[in-house]
Unconditional design. Structure first.
Length: 466
């Protein structure tokens, strides 16, 4: 049964660029567009910026360096945020982390050059930088649907505590992570892996304190059981392991003894379905309590671990992705493809956990020709709408190819490119496809973005004059 609801919505703002979603891509887009002189509104359904970094408590940024740890591949706004956090003791720069076997990702030998950070300062720093750029932030505001006429968005209907509202915009950046705007505008999208539509497991993250770091490190280094597969195998034999996943991932944060445990793998959750998300949160908190009890009993260093919090939102790895003007393929990643319209890089590797076997990565061991992946501008352009582009994990990519590009530093970089392009289009009255890619790339380089790895060190860049 369907019910019809009709209402009038007041226009609460008219802006050059409307950014929907305040995660890494949305932050990058809002700051970049504002610095380019555009009027910007950034809407976010939570009461903070940061997305999975601050809401899902994923307190480590990976992939800002090449996979071999030799040079940075993400700069610009991301590196500015890191610099500010480092300056107040709330993060450690990737350049000071080890090349492999980082304690901040549980001593796995393939992980290094990561940035551990603290959640609360991150919320404030991202917020301050968006405001400094001239963006207006509107929290507790959610996309309802865009208003589209002849392939052009007039703006977006939103809902907040104030009721139904409308925001008029010349250009819209969809940084929702779920392609909510693009999907509701009728743009073609894909969801999940190609063969069955299933999506990677989601995660409820735990943050714990009072961990004996030395005991934890000693076990990992002496046994090489840094994902605790051997321990879990023994617990399964004793029928003491109730989970479908078979690894434990413990990431030590900037402060010793404080860990985010990015371990739970909750299957069968669709991040675009409210009932699934509700079930995931309830089940996740229950599983977190069970997991921590087992870790206190069996994981070295965790005997006195104290639970600080569980994430207020689920860590969702993939849902909808646009089918853009270009789809990044697995072959592109393995062959190290270069593009004439590259606007961002990522130094991350394969990471799309099997929806049915959540501790299995079917792409593990598959070679990548380059220690970084390029992201082309065309993969941010949804089909069918002229003044809309996306940033973040809803980028146009094959499911397995999404792993290297969905990581947060790459999302900051994609957002910076999207925001810069959006400002250029709004100011010139052109579509996103008419934006000069060469001019866009020049502006990004001037902003400190890295488009061609050269081994240079990450450094903060000054604000672009408005």
């Amino acid at each position: 049964m369907l019910q019809r609801f009709t209402t009038e919505a007041p226009v609460i703002d008219e802006v050059d660029v409307l950014v929907c979603g305040g995660g890494p891509a949305g932050i990058g887009a809002a700051i970049a567009a504002g610095r380019e002189g555009a009027s910007v509104m950034l809407i976010e359904q939570q009461g903070q910026l940061g997305g999975v970094a601050t809401g899902a408590l994923v307190g480590v940024w990976l992939g800002s360096y090449s996979r071999d740890g030799a040079y940075p591949v993400v700069g610009g706004i991301f590196s500015e945020i890191v610099h500010r956090l480092v300056s107040e003791g709330a993060a450690k720069p990737a350049a000071e982390d080890v090349v492999g076997g980082s304690r901040h990702v549980g001593y796995a030998p393939w992980h290094g050059r990561v940035v551990p950070f603290e959640f609360e300062p991150c919320k404030r720093v991202c917020e301050q930088m968006a405001l400094e750029a001239g963006a207006r932030i509107r929290y507790f505001t959610q996309v309802v649907r865009p208003k589209e006429e002849d392939g052009h968005l007039q703006g977006v209907f939103v809902h907040s505590k104030s009721g139904m509202e409308f925001i008029s915009a010349k250009v819209v950046v969809d940084a929702t992570g779920d392609a909510d705007v693009a999907f509701r505008a009728g743009c073609p999208v894909m969801k999940g892996r190609e063969e069955d539509g299933l999506m990677s497991p989601v995660t409820t993250v735990l943050v714990v304190e009072e961990v004996d770091s030395a005991a934890f490190e000693s076990y990992c280094r002496k046994t090489d059981d840094y994902r605790f597969r051997k321990l879990i195998s023994e617990l399964k034999e004793k029928e003491e392991w109730p989970f479908v996943f078979e690894i434990i991932i413990c990431c030590e944060m900037a402060r010793r003894g404080r860990f985010c445990v990015n371990t739970l793998r909750q299957t069968g959750i669709d991040g675009t379905n409210a009932d699934d998300l509700t079930r995931g949160m309830i089940e996740g908190r229950a599983q977190a309590a069970t997991l921590l009890d087992l870790m206190r009993r069996y994981v070295p260093g965790f005997a006195r671990a104290r639970l600080v919090q569980t994430s207020s939102v689920l860590g969702v790895r993939d849902t909808r992705r646009i089918i853009g003007d270009y789809v990044i393929t697995v072959a592109d990643v393995t062959e190290g493809r270069h593009y004439p319209d590259t606007i961002a890089l990522s130094g991350y590797g394969w990471d799309m956990a099997d929806p049915k076997r959540p501790s299995h990565q079917c792409m593990w061991g598959k070679p990548m020709r380059l220690p970084y992946v390029e992201i082309p501008y065309r993969s941010l352009l949804p089909q069918g709408v002229g003044n809309l582009l996306v940033g973040g994990r809803c980028v146009s990519a094959e499911w397995d190819a999404l792993g290297p590009v969905r990581i947060m530093p790459a999302c900051f970089a994609m957002g910076q490119a999207a925001g810069t392009a959006a400002a250029m289009a709004a100011q010139c009255g052109i579509t996103m496809r008419d934006v000069s890619v060469s001019a866009l790339r020049e502006r990004l380089v001037a902003q400190g973005a890295i488009l061609t790895p050269d081994g240079g060190s990450i450094r903060p860049v000054s604000r672009v004059a408005r």
